[in-house]
Each structure stands twice: as structure tokens, then as C-alpha cells.
Design a protein. Structure first.
Length: 532
């Protein structure tokens, strides 16, 4: 495979530096190879060169300006806070309007970054990860006992055992490497009753959801650390790998982030800003509703368990009456009826308890997972907000600083890199002066803007992904829940039918017979006629 950095350098020189439209070029790549066309790993160097030449000959631009230097005129720095009375006013609304609408010219760029890892999982469409066989590993003199879980990855047939701390490490590592993504939630550490069977089963289900959540994420699933987690079974070997991965630092600059294609599209618009507000509002509303849902299901489960317990008590009472009847009553029908009622209430109690368990596992745990996932989305919302505020604050201060420097008329303090322009021209042209002074600080501001737009775009993509994914999850959980409930109710109804036939069927030879209201009226009328 050709070196990805060489390809990126080649594209930077051929496309970006010659001011060809990056969006058109990426669309051209997709015309050639479909959706994977923008993934540089799918191109050999010779293929890429040929395609670039074809693109240039077809879409050759008349504008050959050098794009390597950041052109400050693409940003509205010189168009904001022109008046002295506005210099100290951090007017966020005014800044946002200028950011999003620079003379009606949208900011739309492509920035080269790192490509994501490629593993055996990358090109497999459907991965299923199953957890099972929890084992308690007894601790030694200096160590505590802990639980390990078997992990089987289909269709690669990878089989490993991992403990909770390994899952915790994986989540923290992915959060560190992909701070722009929503990392699937996992259960919190529990220090009490760690080896309780019910708690272990509950944790197993939550950890399985965590791994499968990663496996369907378009970016996280290809990470090498995730594949090593699923494939390295030897504990010492895996710990050595973890130590290596722990040396990797979280991305700080825009070019340090990993994406599937090796490109980052930087764009800001009023529509995206409005959508960001909608996402924040929806996150709040969803949190409230999901909290109410999980609380309501918890109350329902507790009520069903209470009803089940009461039915069980009634069942025991009928059983006691049956035993008493065996001693003092020679009527077998009476004895059988007591035991039939005993079994009826006992089975009904079991159905209530099973149903409450299904609701807890299938429904309540599902919505708790969605709620915890939403917490991760809210953290990403906060990151967007933080990057936006940092950008606006530094942006406003830079304008204030440039305005003071321009008014001072002391060009020596402007830190100009291009000194070919005469001072008289600079002092007369404020826009030109703003575009050239303090170049390093200006580049930092542009990096702030890029980070903000990068996080914003990723938030929107993650929100859209989760919205679609949760629709699928909800339909799947309703189908599974309905199937289990129907099976339970069907088995219970079969028993009720048998009970009716065998236990409560009236003996036609008995004097007591079941009479309808009409029969009773007719019998009464007939007797009256006879008596009269």
C-alpha cells in the first residue's frame, strides 16, 4: 500500500495549492469509485495521479493563486468592530452573523488530516459480538477476585476473555483518540455485590451492547486498539499493547484528527447554527422523557413483582386448604378444586414475575442505554459550545488588538511577514493592514474556527446517525419484546384451557347445575303455576 502521507502531499500540491475546487474533486473521486472514492486507501499512487490529471484537464481553473498561505480575507476579521465604541463589546450575535455570512460567501474548505486505522473488521459489513460464560477469577494475597467474560466475534471467530477494567480502558482510549465522536456507553463500576449473579448478568448485557455499539460505528470499528481487544487473548500481550496505545496523545490540532477519508470538510452556515440549537433543545427534551420512561417502567416492574408476591401468597393459602380438605373432607372434587386454584395462582404469579423480568431486560435496560448514549451526545454538544466560545473570545480580542495597533500607526509592532508593501499604503488601507498584521495569532484564530466547525459538523453527523440507529433499535426491541410476551402468555393460556377442561368441568350427574338467569326465572314461574 502506498504511503498515505505521500498521497496527501501530492493532492495538496496538485489540488489545494492550485485553487481547484476541493468539493468538485472529491465528487470526481466518488464518480470513479463510488462512496469509497474519497478513501485514499482505495487508490494506488499511479491511479491517483492519472485521476488527478484527468480532473485538471476537465475542470482546470483560471485562478492559480497560492492557497498554502491562509488568506485572512476569507474571514471577516476586518469587517467587524470597525467603530471604537464597539471594540470592547463582545457581541456574540454580531460575530456569529459575520462568521456564518461573510458577505454572503460561504466558508467551505477541505483540510487534510490523518486517515483512520484499517483492520480485518473495516471491510466487513456485519459484525456480531457475543458475550457469555462469566467466570470469577479468585484473587491472590495482594489481588482481588474479579470476573472475566468470554467474547466471541462473528464472522471472524475471534475468541478472547476480558475483565471489566479492559472494557473500561477501551472506552477511555477511544474517548481520548476520538473526542469528536459519541462513544457508546458502558456500565459503571460497582464496588458492592460484585459477584451477585443477577448483577453479573446485567453487566454482561450492558458490556455486549457497548462492544456492538463500537462495531457498528463507521469510524470507531476500524481502530486497531478495538481489533486488538477482540483478538488478543493472552493477558500479558494485551497489557503490553495497552501500554503502547497509552502513549498516543489526544489530537490537539485539526490535522491530528483521524477520519475515514483523510479529509476534513470545514464549513459553517446559518442552517448548521440553527440545527445546533435544535440538537441542544432535543437533547434536553429527550433526557426528560427518557428519565420519565425509565422511572415509569421501574414503578411498573415493582408493581408487577408486588402483585406476583401477593398471588404467590394466595396460592399457598389454597394449598393449605387443599391439605386440610384431605384430612377432613372426603369429597375429591372439593380437594381437587383447592389444588387447582393453588396451581392457577402459582402459575399466574410466575407469569407476572417473568413478564416483569422481560420488561426490565428488554425495555427498561434498552431505554437506559439510550439515555446514557444521549449523555455522551450532550458531552459532544458541550465541546461544540466550548470550542465556539473559545473561537469567539479569541476572535474578538484579536480584532480589538489589531484595531489598537492600526490606530497606533507603529508598523514595527505589527509583526509583518510581507514587508514588500510600503508603509504609506498600509497606513491608509485598514483592510489590507488587518489582513497582514499579527499573522501567527491570526493563524491560531483560524485554527480555533476550524476546530469549532469540525466539532459542529461531527455533532450533526453523530446526531443524524443516532437518530436513524435508534429508530431501528426501537423497532427491533418491540419485535423481540412482543415475541417473548406472546410466548409466555400462550403457554399460560394453554394451561388455563387444560384447567377449565380437567379441573372445573361440571359433572353432569351432579344435582347442582349451572343455570342461566332465564332458566331461574322460568323455573320460578313454573312453580308458581303449580302452586296456584
Amino acid at each position: 500500500m502506498d504511503n498515505i502521507e505521500e498521497k496527501q502531499e501530492y493532492l495538496r500540491n496538485k489540488i489545494l495549492d492550485n485553487n481547484y475546487d476541493a468539493d468538485e474533486f472529491m465528487a470526481y473521486l466518488q464518480e470513479k469509485k463510488g462512496e469509497d472514492g474519497t478513501d485514499l486507501n482505495t487508490w494506488s499512487f499511479s491511479e491517483l495521479k492519472l485521476t488527478v490529471e484527468e480532473f485538471i484537464s476537465k475542470y482546470k481553473s483560471n485562478n492559480n493563486k497560492n492557497n498554502e498561505q491562509i488568506n485572512i480575507n476569507d474571514y471577516p476579521i476586518e469587517n467587524i468592530n470597525e467603530n471604537n465604541e464597539n471594540l470592547n463589546n463582545n457581541n456574540n450575535e454580531e460575530i456569529n452573523n459575520n462568521i456564518n455570512d461573510n458577505k454572503q460567501k460561504p466558508v467551505n474548505e477541505i483540510i487534510l488530516c490523518k486517515t483512520n486505522d484499517t483492520t480485518k473488521i473495516t471491510n466487513i459489513n456485519h459484525i456480531k459480538i457475543n458475550l457469555g460464560y462469566p467466570l470469577v477469577v479468585e484473587g491472590g494475597f495482594f489481588s482481588r477476585s474479579y470476573v472475566t467474560y468470554s467474547i466471541n466475534t462473528i464472522p471472524l471467530n475471534l475468541n478472547v476473555r476480558k475483565r471489566y477494567s479492559d472494557f473500561e480502558w477501551l472506552k477511555n482510549f477511544l474517548s481520548n483518540i476520538y473526542p469528536q465522536m459519541v462513544i457508546p456507553p458502558m456500565p459503571k463500576k460497582n464496588f458492592g455485590y460484585r459477584f451477585n449473579e443477577e448483577l453479573i448478568s446485567k453487566r454482561l448485557r450492558a458490556l455486549e451492547k457497548f462492544l456492538n455499539g463500537i462495531s457498528i460505528h463507521p469510524l470507531l470499528r476500524s481502530n486497531e486498539a478495538f481489533y486488538d481487544f477482540l483478538s488478543i487473548n493472552n493477558e500479558d500481550d494485551f497489557n503490553n499493547k495497552k501500554n503502547e496505545y497509552n502513549k498516543i496523545e489526544s489530537p490537539k490540532f485539526i490535522n491530528d484528527f483521524k477520519t475515514k477519508t483523510g479529509f476534513i470538510k470545514i464549513s459553517l452556515s446559518n442552517d448548521k447554527e440553527e440545527y445546533f440549537k435544535l440538537i441542544k433543545e432535543n437533547c434536553l427534551n429527550y433526557q426528560i422523557n427518557l428519565s420519565n420512561i425509565t422511572k415509569a417502567y421501574k414503578n411498573l416492574i415493582n408493581t408487577m413483582i408486588s402483585v406476583s408476591d401477593q398471588m404467590k401468597n394466595i396460592s399457598e393459602i389454597w394449598k393449605s386448604l387443599g391439605k386440610m380438605s384431605e384430612q377432613y373432607n372426603d369429597n375429591q372434587n372439593t380437594i381437587d378444586s383447592f389444588y387447582a386454584l393453588n396451581k392457577l395462582m402459582s402459575d399466574w404469579s410466575d407469569i407476572e414475575k417473568k413478564t416483569s423480568s422481560i420488561i426490565n431486560i428488554q425495555i427498561r435496560e434498552h431505554f437506559r442505554y439510550i439515555k446514557n448514549e444521549l449523555n455522551s451526545l450532550e458531552k459532544l454538544v458541550n465541546k461544540v459550545e466550548k470550542n465556539k466560545n473559545t473561537f469567539i473570545k479569541n476572535y474578538d480580542y484579536l480584532l480589538y488588538k489589531k484595531n489598537n495597533l492600526f490606530q497606533s500607526q507603529n508598523i514595527d509592532n505589527w509583526e509583518l511577514e510581507n514587508k514588500s508593501i510600503d508603509n504609506i499604503t498600509l497606513l491608509k488601507n485598514k483592510d489590507l493592514a488587518f489582513s497582514l498584521m499579527l499573522p501567527n495569532e491570526t493563524k491560531n484564530i483560524i485554527n480555533d474556527k476550524n476546530l469549532y466547525s469540525f466539532y459542529l459538523n461531527n455533532l450533526i453527523e453523530e446526531y443524524e446517525r443516532l437518530k436513524e440507529l435508534n429508530g431501528i433499535r426501537n423497532r427491533r426491541i418491540v419485535k423481540s419484546f412482543t415475541k417473548e410476551i406472546i410466548n409466555n402468555l400462550a403457554s399460560f393460556h394453554v394451561y388455563l384451557a387444560e384447567c377449565t377442561i380437567t379441573q372445573f368441568q361440571l359433572d353432569e350427574t351432579e344435582e347442582l347445575e349451572e343455570m342461566t338467569d332465564q332458566n331461574i326465572i322460568e323455573e320460578y314461574q313454573n312453580r308458581n303455576k303449580i302452586n296456584n
